[in-house]
Design a protein around this ligand. Sequence first.
Ligand code: ASP
Length: 335
Amino acid sequence: MYNRRKFIQISAAGASLAALSRSAIAKTISSGSATNFPIVISTWDFGIIANKGAWKVLSTGGRALDAIEAGARIPEAEDITNHTVGRTGLPDRDGRVTLDSCIMDELGNCGSVAAMENIAHPISVARLVMEKTPHVMLVGDGATQFAVEQGMKKEKLLTPESEKIWKEWLKTAKYSPVMNIENGSKPGDKYNHDTIGMLAIDAKGNISGGCTTSGMAFKLHGRVGDSPIIGAGLYVDNEVGGATSTGVGEEVIRNVGSFLVVELMRQGLSPEDACKEAVRRIIKKKPETAKQIQVGFLAINKKGEYGAYAIQSGFSFAVCNAQQQDLLIKGKSFY
Ligand code: ASP
């Protein structure tokens, strides 16, 4: 869908700004203070449409948290072309669509839902968990029940197209789904992952983040990835910055990836270098496995500087600020 868009081979935090609309981006990343925000950044190509939703809030002086929720809701339910988030997400091995999501604000408040069925907007349920309950995380039927109690519509999420892809996968499935190799050739390969992870800084300089996904396609029923786990799929510290992840959630959880990225930024690393170090640790622990999988991190610091790093090539992220609303950047990678 976005193939025709400018696809940029660098991370914006990196040195080379060659193919970018130079002046706008250079200005954005060099001044290091209030001119860097509002800003919203999001994982993958569908980050562009999510950012546009978030920008409506940010550009009118709204709060980063509201921007995150508004943005994430677009790939969750309005964009029916993706098979990795929300309503049109691919099901688990048993044909059930189960969704994971979390959200975190500038005060350190957070909410999360995992393995939730029949509700198209997990990001909004995660926010309600954060705001209306004393808890951080609700799972499975309890999450669905809570969402309904809060007035959300229960609906069938498995679309005819997703069902067709799942049935095709069933013909050859050995319950070892190919993990996250872009452009895979077997049924479902090219749809089998992608989380929308979003980080925003509002005009006041406050940071929030969120992520939402249907997780690994054809997973075991009940499997939960990194995306609803605070510290793994998402972490925000308003003093330092925020980070989010995509890819094989198990590896991100094992390394508490997003928390690690934020802590590395606290120690002075740039967003890109912090993401790179988090990726390096995953590879170091399991060098052979790492060759087969994708994990990508995306981060922003308090100054509004951003960066990303992934194990494999193919990871993209979208950036939206006052200068440019539909910038898509190709993250750097180890392989
Ligand atoms: N991180 C997600 C999960 O493991 C999938 C992805 O982002 O590709 O569920």
